[in-house]
Design a protein around this ligand. Structure first.
Ligand SMILES: *Cc1c(COP(=O)(O)O)cnc(C)c1O
Length: 399
């Protein structure tokens, strides 16, 4: 079959939940993807922030192959070595105390919600607690995660969702304050909103919410699924704010391509939270994903990935500022580290399509934002290469 036939087959067989770009990637090298016609693309999407190490990392690949040959899965009825090591490394990287591994981001969010509810249940001796989430947030597609996702379009067909979730304006402390009542058990938000359009939490908001949480014994739940794992210049984006969550979630780059997520909590929360019988997963944290998490964390720490991100992301910031100044269609530039966005007045879908045709993989966020979320291993030269392609595309579409 040729490419067109494969695509036709795909559209016949797979449930149509995505409008896909007409390309089939076959393999990757470092920060480039190659399609079935042998065409090369510079990747500024990293599989939606997953492929932090880029592609074809020999050390990572070898660690996975070795683990496949040893043991893939045992279930959580038994201990397993890779995940014990992974949990220790993740605790060290985050400063959190307890880890539960999941298979996806949405499941990490589900677990975080349950953990907060159980904490409040133990403390108060009864259920019926509520959560505060943010407008424009994104936490995943399962029903619990969807319930805290501040996007009516995603929610509407699936209502009724979880009861007792109320939405505040992100970065508006008063709007959070207004929603707090005696039932509130958790406040959840992304340290940097991703899908909603790349909005970092302001320092004031972060500190203010943390203070409110302390005052009312509400749990601060930070979703670091997209912005964490080194992407924003620290291992986890909240670490640059000088606050600490009670519960946090991770996924995406955590396995750099292997499906794995996690929710973590402090010991104070864990003591009153999920206990045997309260939560579980068959696959979650199996030896295979454990080996991946260990290798990712090991490489990130050894290669001082956060330092590299700080350096290259500043360069990306400056080059995107050039585009902002140069092109009238660019109306805002936001972000943190290697998670940046350009808000534009041109149709973002057209820009990403044209970029793809010119060999640049670029994705969007929200309805009017170009999202820059490359592998963390990109270099300045790759930023320049992206700049030139995007500059051409914007010039052409503005004409
Ligand atoms: C991607 C994402 C999720 C959901 O993760 P899945 O693995 O797709 O379930 C949740 N929160 C944030 C911030 C994300 O970016």
């Amino acid at each position: 079959m040729n490419k067109e036939e494969y695509i036709k087959q795909s559209e016949q067989d797979l449930l149509h939940t995505y409008n896909r770009y007409g390309v089939i990637f076959e393999f990757g090298k470092r920060v480039y993807l190659f399609d079935t016609n042998g065409r090369k693309y510079l990747d500024f999407a990293a599989g939606i922030g997953v492929c932090a190490l880029g592609y074809d990392n020999e050390e990572y690949n070898q660690a996975l192959k070795d683990q496949i040959d040893k043991l893939m899965h045992t279930s959580n009825l038994y201990y397993n070595l890779p995940i014990i090591k992974a949990a220790g490394m993740l605790k060290k990287a985050s400063g959190m105390d307890r880890v539960f591994f999941t298979n996806s981001g949405a499941e990490a969010i589900e677990g975080a919600i349950k953990a907060a509810k159980k904490y409040a249940y133990t403390r108060d001796g009864h259920a019926g607690h509520e959560m505060i989430a943010m407008k424009k947030s994104f936490h995943g597609r399962s029903l619990g995660a969807l319930s805290v996702t501040g996007n009516k379009n995603y929610q509407k067909p699936f209502e009724p969702l979880l009861e007792g979730v109320r939405f505040a304006e992100f970065n508006d402390l008063d709007s959070v304050k207004e929603l707090i009542n005696e039932k509130t058990c958790g406040i959840i938000f992304e340290t940097v909103q991703g899908e909603g359009g790349i909005y970092p939490a302001s320092q004031e908001f972060m500190e203010g919410v943390a203070e409110l949480c302390r005052e009312h014994d509400i749990l601060l739940i930070l979703d670091e699924i997209q912005c964490g794992m080194g992407r924003c210049g620290e291992m986890f984006a909240w670490q640059s704010y000088g606050v600490k969550p009670d519960i946090m979630t991770s996924a995406k780059a955590l396995g750099s391509g292997v499906p794995v997520g996690a929710f973590l909590m402090t010991e104070r929360v864990a003591e009153k939270s999920l206990a045997p019988g309260d939560h579980g997963t068959t696959y979650g944290g199996n030896p295979f994903v454990g080996a991946a998490v260990c290798k990712v964390l090991e490489i990130m720490e050894r290669d001082k990935m956060t330092k590299h991100v700080q350096m290259v992301s500043e360069y990306l910031w400056n080059r995107l500022e050039e585009l902002r100044v140069k092109h009238a269609c660019v109306i805002d530039h936001r972000g943190m580290g290697l998670l940046q966005g350009l808000q534009i007045t041109l149709p973002v879908g057209d820009v990403s399509q044209k970029a793809l045709e010119r060999g640049l993989v670029l994705i969007t966020a929200g309805s009017d934002v170009l999202r820059f979320i490359p592998p963390l291993v990109i270099e300045k030269g790759h930023v320049d290469e992206m700049f030139h392609i995007l500059n051409q595309v914007l010039t052409e579409l503005e004409a």
